[in-house]
Design a protein around this ligand. Structure first.
Ligand code: UT7
Length: 349
């Protein structure tokens, strides 16, 4: 029997030679067309610009408009097109696409498959990865090690989320609706001959017992023990903000220290710390703990809010385009989120 015709996808057999190093060769990002300011939220719920700015540092965020055709996979595809252009690659050069998202439009297919179709990545494998806000960092670690293993040479890692689809924009949902925004960011990760380039230290963690601090119930059994089922909450993010805040402040600092220790580095050796943008106060506490100057811990939460899986790659792209992240630098990516999950990726670029 003849084997079915298979397009020229990568195979581990053909790519057995491990590369010397791994580098990030291009980045891109995409925001929806429509901003959602604190003043807009004041019209939808009982809240105030003053409360939101004081508690979170957020002044505006973006929200997709489905009538404009915006969705998780369209933002992701546009971010990827821009990253490919920055890397000087065609979509057909990609071996694999990983999309980190907790807001795929459908359970099947994976958003990554829609993205592959949108950009014309006909040779690439594609799958989604869900680690909530930690997703892009987990994806970066995964892509790096798949390339190091020799099976793949060019992988796109995309972080894309549209949490607006899981929000209750009434006063009942104000504890979460004020925080989250929609976006996508992408990075192209490639094999290279320079053995000095790639990940110096990485980590991926989970505390499954903490699932109940951030969850999206769909039916009665999804509510944690002791929490009454409330059908009005179906499809909306339920977050214990104070518990997550406490977890984040401690975990972020421990995570940064653990990663520096694993690489035998001090905070002063870092050129840039790219943190998940969760809350301005959480970012400030990490910066103060390590005595980092303001320009070494990037902040864009005031303009875009907490964009979940898109948060870290959006920062990365803005920094690359501003010339503030360059080859030769040491850059640490850190994130935490639902799961609970948290992880880091420290690169020699
Ligand atoms: O990336 C995913 C991980 N998530 C996070 O990192 C989120 C971490 N947590 C946070 O950022 C903060 O906990 C929030 C910003 C979500 C909330 O701030 P908080 O200082 O923890 O406020 P709270 O939830 O303790 O609420 C304090 C008060 C409450 O009123 P009472 O009970 O004291 O009368 C809330 O009802 O503020 C009220 N409140 C609001 N008031 C105006 C809650 N949300 C709002 C709002 N506007 N949007």
């Amino acid at each position: 029997m003849n084997a079915p015709a298979v397009p020229s996808a990568p195979s581990t057999a053909r790519r057995s030679k491990s590369p010397q190093g791994v580098k990030i060769t291009g980045t891109g990002s995409c925001l929806p067309a429509t901003p959602l300011t604190n003043a807009d939220l004041e019209k939808l719920m009982e809240t105030s610009d003053e409360w939101i700015v004081q508690r979170t540092g957020i002044r505006s965020r973006y929200r997709i408009n489905p009538a404009l055709g915006e969705s998780t996979h369209t933002l992701a595809a546009e971010a990827l097109r821009r990253a490919l252009a920055a890397a000087g690659l065609a979509a057909t050069d990609l071996d694999l696409i990983i999309v980190a998202t907790m807001t795929p439009e459908m359970a099947c297919p994976a958003s990554a498959c829609r993205v592959a179709a949108d950009v014309g990545a006909t040779r690439a494998g594609a799958f989604d990865l869900n680690a909530a806000c930690s997703g892009f960092v987990f994806g970066l670690n995964t892509a790096h090690d798949l390339i190091k293993g020799g099976a793949y040479r060019r992988i796109a890692v995309v972080g894309a989320d549209c949490l607006s689809t899981l929000m209750d924009y009434s006063t009942a949902g104000r504890g979460t609706a004020i925080i989250f925004g929609d976006a996508a960011g992408a990075a192209i990760v490639e094999a290279c001959d320079d053995a000095g380039k790639g990940i110096l230290a990485q980590s991926m963690h989970c505390d499954g017992e903490g699932w109940k601090e951030i969850y999206v119930p769909e039916c009665e059994r999804d509510f944690p023990p002791g929490v009454a089922c409330d059908p009005s909450k179906y499809g909306h993010v339920q977050m214990n903000g104070a518990a997550v805040f406490k977890f984040a402040v401690g975990t972020f600092s421990d995570l940064i220290q653990e990663t520096l220790d694993a690489a035998g580095m001090a905070a002063a050796d870092l050129d840039m710390l790219v943190c998940h943008q969760s809350n301005m106060r959480i970012l400030q506490s990490a910066r103060e703990r390590f005595g980092l100057p303001e320009d070494k811990l990037y902040v864009n939460i005031d303009r875009v809010g907490n964009t979940v899986g898109a948060s870290v790659p959006l920062c990365l792209d803005e920094l690359c385009r501003a010339g503030r992240i360059k080859p030769g630098q040491k850059v640490m990516f850190v994130a935490f989120g639902g799961g609970l999950t948290w992880g880091s990726s420290l690169w020699q670029l």
